[in-house]
Design a binder for this molecule. Sequence first.
Ligand code: BGC
Length: 748
Amino acid sequence: MSRKTTLFHACLCACLCAGLLAASSCSQGPQNSGKAIYLDESKPLEERIEDALSRMTLEEKVKILHAQSKFSSAGVPRLGIPELWCTDGPHGIRPEVLWDEWEQAGWTNDSCVAFPALTCLAATWSEEVSALYGKSIGEEARYREKDVLLGPGVNIYRTPLNGRNFEYMGEDPYLASKMVVPYIQEVQKNGVAACVKHYALNNQEALRHEYDAVVDDRTLNEIYLPAFKAAVQEGGAWSIMGSYNLYKGQHVCHNQWLLNDILKGEWGFDGAVISDWGGCHDSDEAIVGGLDLEFGTWTDGLTMGATSGYDSYHLADAYLERLRDGRASEEVLNDKVRRVLRLIFRTAMCQDKPFGSLCSPEHYAAARRIGNEGIVLLKNDCSVLPVKASAKKILVVGENAIKMMTVGGGSSSLKVQREVSPLEGIKAAAGEGVEVVYERGYVGDVSGDYNGVVTGQDLSEKRSAGKLIADACAQAADADIVIFVGGLNKASHQDCEDSDRFGLELPYAQDAVIEALAEVNPNLAVVIVSGNAVAMPWVNKVNAIVEAWYGGSESGNALADVLFGKVNPSGKLPFTFPARLEDNGAHALKAYDPHSRTANYSEGIFVGYRWAQKQGIKPLFAFGHGLSYTEFSYSDACAKRKSMSENGKLTVKTTVTNTGSVAGKEVVQLYISDRECSLERPVMELKGFKKIYLEPGQSKEVSFVIEPDMLKFYDPQLSGWKLEKGLFTAHIGSSSEDIRCSVNFEVK
Ligand code: BGC
């Protein structure tokens, strides 16, 4: 039994015994000195909460509403109610930091498995893989005795410049909604709460504490809220994190509309709202504005991270004062306390939970599988990939082939037990007798530390940019295949929290390296490691392109599996790769301004492919795109009936056949067009997907059930969802730009 659990059990036994012998000696609460129902797990949760609440003093109630250290809040020691411990999230379990500081605590037993970034998970388009992710990371969190995992993130991909897109699940509300639910459910089976973040409208990092998101109700409801709603209502998330930005001029961590009206009111969320670290700014607003647990506030009179400022938190002494002099109501207080108790009872105080596991072979296997299924083959002309068995010399070029990517990027930074780099993965897959040569090609970010976790890699390089290219090209000339591994990294203004990218271009003049290699050797595969779309001015000069994402501990192995054909790629893009920044709605309308304190979401619902299709813009790579080493054919779509009533259902079907010579997986996607509507609707919207496995020559029937809810739009006049009669089209395809069959139907 672990230290924390042992302590908890000891305390629990002591309290129970004392409760039996002398009712008031241990559980001396303000009103209730009877039998401790709150400790009895056989009793209904709400009864236990009421019992605990009735025993707590005013001071104890306020005490559990704010942090006591960087990542923990106090329990109620007198009652044996344990502390609550949080951890980042969302790709692995963050190493321990000092009590009051961000610096490392210096533990030697807090290394973890890094799972691929959430963009990679979203690119698997597999709910089963999402469940595996949640189970695995939940077990790691549980083993490390964490109660709240700060993740997953589901902010919609509005601009490719957002430094934090890699922590989210792409541009489509339906895809993100489907993918987030199993992650949460499986994490929580470990007695660890998911804390879904960052609710809401945190779609850029520039001025993240200051910008006010100005968005219309339809856009809010159709694009930016659905994944959070699914997380709460279908995933049953036990906590949610308020975001840093503002909405309607009010910080979101204490926001009447988003927290009280929508989350707790409309959606019936019964969990706790946790502030993002330092996201709470005002006691009076925080008290009435729906915040339950305050973390990370930089308090007045203290410098960043100075010790013991916790009593000065907005929901600490300032709250007590207001309660004592009647400015704050005890009813509101009790609602917060109930929510935090509910969270503690579900997690820290839950006795019926597994013990978890850390760095297990199963977790490494899970990390590799998630990578395998999420890596996207964007282009593969002349069958450059998979690497031929006859290849005798493989040239690997690029900093990202060797750079550790699990350190950096902000709060998702990890301390891993191991990380297999792309170069190591390629060497292992190539095996004996194949010469694998490495050339740097360019110099990007040579640093490698985050809050005291250091990669220990020496990436210093003395050669000039020209010499690096010349050396790489010299090796490329007689290579059987050249694999360039570049992209972005976790440094500031790349894929990193607290800053946005400056542009869509690849940094560090990588374009020049790629162009030079393409001239020397047509057998070139470009692998992009990133969490964001990048411009590819060389797209027509390069035969093979792979999006590998941030793969975590097993990144190199997962990538090599795909490059060498051990795994047939089946990932599909969870967001559009625009050819130019101006092809993205927010940028076309100049609605994204990193220097403005107002973020006008003027493109409205036309985010990602919705914008590209409305404008007739051909993306560089479309939402839902991803190739395979085999081919899939689709039969015509059919529906038994061609009409449905307002509360009916309709099934559409197609048969998919693997017409190639290797087994593979295809993500069959359903999009729906509303052809007659009183409001403008997107050309089509994703409303279903299924990932199927097919042996060569095998066929499978894939069917989708269309229900009225899937056809509705948010009508701002009604402040609600509306289904209008008329003509619709169901499209089934391999991507949003590769529709293979369609069928019209009418809603009567
Ligand atoms: C981030 C959160 C994170 C928190 C704690 C904040 O800066 O925005 O995502 O969970 O820090 O590290």
